[in-house]
Write a protein that binds this ligand. Sequence first.
Ligand SMILES: CCCCC/C=C\C/C=C\C/C=C\C/C=C\CCCC(=O)SCCNC(=O)CCNC(=O)[C@H](O)C(C)(C)COP(=O)(O)OP(=O)(O)OC[C@H]1O[C@@H](n2cnc3c(N)ncnc32)[C@H](O)[C@@H]1OP(=O)(O)O
Length: 182
Amino acid sequence: MKSSSFVVPDELDEVERHPKAAKAGEPVRMHNPTCFGCGPDSPQGLHLVVHAGEGFTVDASMEVETRMEGGPGVIHGGILSTAFDEVMGTIPLLIGPSGVTVHLEVDYIRPIPVGSTLRFHGNLLGRQRRKIFTEAIAHLGDPDKPVASAHAIFVTIDVRKHFAEHVDKSARAEEYKRRMYP
Ligand SMILES: CCCCC/C=C\C/C=C\C/C=C\C/C=C\CCCC(=O)SCCNC(=O)CCNC(=O)[C@H](O)C(C)(C)COP(=O)(O)OP(=O)(O)OC[C@H]1O[C@@H](n2cnc3c(N)ncnc32)[C@H](O)[C@@H]1OP(=O)(O)O
């Protein structure tokens, strides 16, 4: 079994912003309307909207709702890691094809209260072949006082091949089969 701790390699490839990537201030294109992280049609999802920033950065915010509670009055750690996954998962789209998460780690710094607005800022650390290294912080208004931080590695995929085996279990199976495997 593969396992990894997060280390950005010294030898990195050059990266350029993809010509079709969202411009600074624009939302990064949604990848699947029923995605738990960002899909507007996911009934219980987080409905995150991630905006591209300057350079290779992204930003998002999330209202910490009562349904997200873990410990009394504070956010569940797994919900926070899901949000980080989604936010950092849009970074590969700034430079090229989609990537899937192969490694995600979260540092929980302060309890995050229900009722707060959590702001995320993500940043590309580098790409090496198919691996894309990212980081992000979450804060409650002051980016210099993060309440959590995260690091993740995404690996670029051939979307058609990667999802072929399981696409028929999607909530939008018929649509995806038509669009992806005509
Ligand atoms: C037209 C309609 C389109 C619809 C599109 C829909 C979706 C689009 C997809 C992406 C979404 C876009 C935005 C995302 C937004 C939110 C993010 C949520 C993302 C997720 O929530 S996604 C779910 C969880 N995710 C998985 O379900 C992945 C399971 N996994 C695998 O499916 C395989 O693992 C795979 C295919 C990734 C690789 O497999 P493979 O056989 O192709 O390649 P291989 O194993 O050689 O790895 C290649 C290089 O990655 C290195 N590597 C691998 N694993 C590593 C690890 N753990 N740590 C460090 N390095 C690692 C190797 O060391 C090698 O590195 P090197 O190049 O240096 O040799």
